[in-house]
Design a protein around this ligand. Structure first.
Ligand code: ATP
Ligand code: MG
Length: 360
């Protein structure tokens, strides 16, 4: 099965999966492959490795799409980098004057709710941008990379988390000006904010309460918009591609995620198993030659080493089989572990021999 067939009638492709399995690389490869097949494609990447970003012509973050230099025939490849990794926690760690203050802030209940909502909102913003680009209609296909979350499911929860935060008591209290809100929020909260103000010189409390007051005015429009984003995600022209490694734990998560997509009625289109051990497809037919070529001693050592790799490959094969059997008639594409990191257009092309090759 090829990604070309999977995406033939699609306008949106969302690459989801657990951390480090190759979501960013796969999204970029799929976008390049579809561009090479005559489409006008934009890929929204999240925290690409510096070298990959460089070869996509993305020297820095920005909320604008850029045309990727390269020959895509009649097609065009555009890329955009979304700033999603910057969490509140990092900010606190940078600005806290000492460990005590840092721990006080990080452990604060209000802070936790706030930062969860903001982290969720970054994931949400990615989808928001997707919606905006889809509305503008300038591209044939939009490919969305998803943020590296510990749990792939977090991503789908983002809009819900954000709206439940808007409804929450903490949020309401933030919109109460000044000390009054703080008193209700409980002891310690004021301390946290005054420590932060001392550390950063920013009256965070005032800023926040202003921010939230203006934000609460937008809450209704925001919720409506969230409904429309959800409708785009559920549309039949959208394809969710599940990216996973052949590792048993990653496959478990992929299987769970697959069920979750089906339960929520989101259009699951197929799975990509990335970095499969190339030996998973090999048999032992060439072993005889090894001893012949290398002699007894070295030959035996090499064969023993090979046997270890085969064991690992067999483990991969078992988990891939397990995934295959839960996918029903939906396609599964395997991409082997390549010799090199994938960090430029040539690397993406090598990956596409598998993603776009029939019958892999
Ligand atoms: N098939 C492959 N063969 C070799 N290297 C690969 C392959 N696929 C991905 N890589 C490398 O693995 C690393 C991680 O890939 P990538 O950044 O795409 O993962 P990710 O799922 O987006 O991670 P995160 O969850 O942190 O966002 C990169 O350095 C990439 O070049
Ligand atoms: Mg990534």
């Amino acid at each position: 099965m090829s990604a070309h067939r999977v995406l033939a009638r699609k306008q949106v492709c969302i690459c989801a999966g657990s951390g480090g399995v190759g979501k960013t690389t796969t999204s970029a490869a799929i976008a390049a492959g579809m561009a090479a097949r005559g489409r006008k494609v934009v890929v929204l990447t999240i925290d690409p490795a510096r070298r990959l970003a460089g070869s996509l012509g993305l020297p820095e973050l920005g909320n604008e799409e850029r045309l990727v230099p390269g020959d895509f025939g009649d097609g065009e490849l555009w890329a955009m980098m979304l700033d999603a990794k910057r969490t509140f926690d990092q900010l606190i760690e940078w600005h806290a004057p000492d460990e005590e203050t840092r721990d006080a802030v990080l452990g604060n209940r209000v802070y936790q709710e706030l930062s969860n909502a903001v982290a969720g909102s970054q994931e949400y913003m990615a989808m928001e941008k997707l919606y905006e680009l889809h509305q503008e209609g300038r591209y044939d296909l939009l490919v969305l990379d998803t943020p590296p979350s510990r749990n792939a499911l977090d991503f789908l929860d983002a809009p819900r988390r954000l709206s439940s935060f808007i409804d929450s008591r903490s949020f309401q209290l933030f919109t109460v000006p000044g000390r009054l809100g703080l008193r209700v929020l409980g002891r310690g909260t004021g301390l946290v904010f005054s420590a932060m103000q001392r550390a950063t010189g920013i009256n965070l409390l005032q800023d926040l309460s202003e921010f939230f007051r203006s934000f609460s005015g937008m809450a209704e429009g925001f919720r409506e918009r969230a409904d429309r984003v959800n409708a785009l995600l559920a549309d039949s022209r959208t394809a969710f591609l599940l990216v996973t490694s052949p590792d048993a734990a990653a496959v478990d998560e992929a299987i769970f995620f697959h069920h979750r997509l089906l339960d929520t009625g989101l259009p699951f289109a197929g799975a990509v198993v990335n970095r499969v051990n190339p030996l998973a497809a090999a048999d032992g037919s060439g072993d005889g030659e090894v001893a012949e070529l290398l002699g007894d001693v070295l030959g035996r050592k090499v064969l023993r080493n090979l046997e270890d790799y085969r064991l690992l490959a067999a483990r991969d094969r078992d988990s891939v089989k397990r995934l295959r059997s839960t996918l029903g008639r939906k396609p599964m594409i395997c991409v082997p572990e390549l010799d090199d990191d994938v960090h430029d257009l040539a690397g993406l092309e090598r990956m596409n021999e598998y993603l776009f090759g029939e019958g892999t």
